[in-house]
Design a protein around this ligand. Sequence first.
Ligand SMILES: *Cc1c(COP(=O)(O)O)cnc(C)c1O
Length: 393
Amino acid sequence: MGVPLLDLKAQYASIKHEVEPAVHEVLDSQYFILGPKVVELEKQVAEYSQAKHAIGVSSGTDALLISLMADGIGEGDEVITTPFSFFATAGCITRTGAKPVFVDIDPVTFNMDPGKVESAINERTKAIIPIHLYGQMADMDPIMDIAKRHQLTVIEDGAQAIGAEYKGKRAGSVGHYGCFSFFPSKNLGGAGDGGMVVTNDDALAEKLRIFRVHGGKPKYFHRVIGGNFRLDAIQAAVLLVKLQHLDSWTESRQKNADTYRKLFTEAGVVAEKGDCLKNGCANWPDCEIVGSDKVILPDDLDNRRHIYNQFVIRLDKRDELREVLKEKGIGHEVYYPVPFHMQDCFAYLNYKQGDFPASECAAATTLALPIYPELTLEQMQEVVDAIVEFVRK
Ligand SMILES: *Cc1c(COP(=O)(O)O)cnc(C)c1O
């Protein structure tokens, strides 16, 4: 029958009666840029994220860029992040004129390995960007501790993680800046591009608001150079409707993750936890990760609220499985196939293959499966059956 990776039409059908009047209200008002809808969304996202302030911006990418700019990061500075993320994380660092410095991920969570951070710090280091990949927060306590000792800024890339928690703290509220994306495929997706920066710091919030409008304050008087980073009212109107549903959608995603776990376990194809990963991908690329008849399921760590923007399994022969899934019309994707240090545009950083084995292993073995809230049991069964048939072959 086939299963899509994401079915936004199914979601829209359930909220169309709420979204349409909200959008029409904006059209009738002819007030399109910033304005009361954006202010209301900022208030609600700040509250939702346990942060004092929220500043609506034009995308998740711009949320990262404006945070770096507001922090004064530029030429001669270094910013530490991991090589395993969506391109924007590293792209934004470079766009300020600063140099991205990579540290490897933890092979189990795919997030920044805090144990690798300290040795990457030098006198030029200004900030750390941990990414909450797939909807599960990075190990923030040790990262904040390192940042404090070295007086570094922490910018959380929470683009995939709005509402995720670490020890009861929400994504975005732990670092100095928290960045969210409202790209349609994110858990809280708009009707186009949009993003948000949250912060607990009054002065940083004020700075971000000024940088959002070209750095003018008062209007037409510029002490700094910002950009057009504004969020528009139609996005805010749609997002305000969807935010009220976010927790129930998150619960459905978590339930779907539990269902996948149950189905894969019943089929007897689940690798022992940490089977191959206990040596930290040290043998990559010469290891067989779990033996070709097994899959590794994503870890749902204690003390975290995983919001499952993606449900990502790992297996040997990932690319062969992709061919089979493609034939059967089963949606899947690789997030992300090329780690930053192997991207052509970063050749000037002089990294080489083998520098970040856990990231390289993840890029070669991970596969995201459909996990969206409206997914049915029958659809999940179809996905699992196809994968089980492949690994048993
Ligand atoms: C989506 C995403 C971004 C960028 O967000 P946009 O709204 O698409 O600009 C940044 N970082 C990560 C980890 C993302 O997943």
